[in-house]
Design a binder for this molecule. Structure first.
Ligand SMILES: C[S@@+](CC[C@H](N)C(=O)[O-])C[C@H]1O[C@@H](n2cnc3c(N)ncnc32)[C@H](O)[C@@H]1O
Length: 252
C-alpha cells in the first residue's frame, strides 16, 4: 500500500522517527499554504496544530496511570461498557473506530486483546506517535494490541476471527452554548460531520462477521444506530447497544 501524506512544518524529524512513520504508512511532507492542520516536532513528540488551538498529542501513559488510580480501590465492574463487553479479559475485540484510542486503551487495561482501525491519517499519526513515545507501556501489553491505518469497512470484507466488534463512529454533537473541548474542535476540523449512512454500512458489515456480538456506543439519549438492538447497557452519558451477528438471528 502507498503511504498517505500528512503536512509537517518546523524543525525536522529525527531520521529514526521519520523512518518509523514511513514504515507505518505515513509520509510527513512539507506543509503548503492551504494546510490548516499540520504536524510539528516539539519536545520529542509529533504534535498536531491548528491556528488558535493549543497543539494536540495523545498521552497514553497518563491515561493509563489515571485508570490505575481510579480502578485501584473499585474495579467498577458495574460500568455499562464493562458489562456490555462481558469480562473483556477473555476476548479479542476489533475496535473499528479507534479515534483518540481512549476506548481501546480502557479495553486493554481490562485485559482484552484489541485490534484497532482508524481511517484518519491525522489521528493515526497521533496514535502511532504515542505508541512510539510510550513504548514501555505498549510493550507491557505483550502483543495484545495491533493498530491499522485503514478504513474498517475494508477489513470487515474478510473474516476477522474476533469475539467482539466495537463501533463508536460518531463524535458527540455539543449544544451551541457549550464550548467544545480542544479534542472536539480538532475532531470537527478533521472529520467533519458524522455520516450516518457510512456508520450504518459499518454496522451491517460488522454483523456479517462470525463474532459473538457487535457493540455500538451512542450518547445516552441518542436513537440507536439501527432500530431494535438485541440488548443495551446505559450509563450516565453513554449507552452501549449490542447487536447479534446476522448468522445468529436464524437460531434465536
Ligand atoms: C467518535 S470517534 C471514536 C473515539 C474512540 N472510541 C476513542 O475512544 O477515542 C470516531 C472515529 O472513528 C473513525 N472512523 C469512523 N468510521 C471509520 C471507519 N469506517 N474505519 C476506520 N475509522 C473510522 C473516525 O475517523 C473517528 O476518528
Amino acid at each position: 500500500m502507498e503511504n498517505v501524506s500528512i503536512p509537517f512544518a518546523g524543525d525536522s524529524l529525527p531520521p529514526e522517527v521519520e523512518k518509523y512513520f514511513d514504515q507505518n504508512g505515513l509520509w510527513l511532507r512539507n506543509k503548503v499554504a492551504e494546510d490548516q492542520l499540520y504536524f510539528c516536532w516539539e519536545e520529542g513528540r509529533l504534535k498536531l496544530k491548528q491556528e488558535n488551538l493549543p497543539p494536540l498529542e495523545i498521552n497514553l501513559q497518563s491515561q493509563w496511570n489515571h485508570h490505575q488510580e481510579i480502578y485501584r480501590h473499585s474495579p467498577r465492574r458495574n460500568e455499562p461498557f464493562y458489562k456490555a463487553l462481558k469480562n473483556p479479559a477473555q476476548f479479542h475485540v476489533f475496535d473499528a473506530t479507534c479515534g483518540l484510542m481512549k476506548d481501546s486503551l480502557l479495553m486493554l487495561f481490562w485485559g482484552a486483546k484489541v485490534t484497532a482501525c482508524e481511517r484518519s491519517p491525522y489521528l493515526a499519526a497521533l496514535i502511532l506517535d504515542s505508541l512510539r513515545f510510550h513504548q514501555e507501556l505498549a510493550n507491557s501489553w505483550n502483543n495484545r494490541f495491533e493498530f491499522k491505518l485503514i478504513d474498517a469497512k475494508d477489513e470487515l470484507l474478510s473474516p476477522q476471527n474476533v469475539d467482539i466488534i466495537y463501533l463508536d463512529p460518531m463524535f458527540e454533537e455539543h449544544s451551541e452554548k457549550a464550548l467544545p473541548s480542544k479534542n472536539m474542535q480538532y475532531a470537527r476540523s478533521l472529520l467533519g460531520h458524522p455520516d450516518l449512512k457510512d456508520s450504518l454500512n459499518l454496522l451491517e458489515l460488522a454483523r456479517k462477521q462470525n463474532c459473538q456480538r457487535v457493540l455500538v456506543k451512542r450518547t445516552r439519549k441518542a436513537a440507536p444506530l439501527k432500530e431494535n438492538p438485541d440488548f443495551s447497557y446505559s450509563g450516565k452519558n453513554a449507552r452501549y447497544d449490542c447487536y447479534l451477528p446476522l448468522k445468529n438471528l436464524d437460531s434465536l
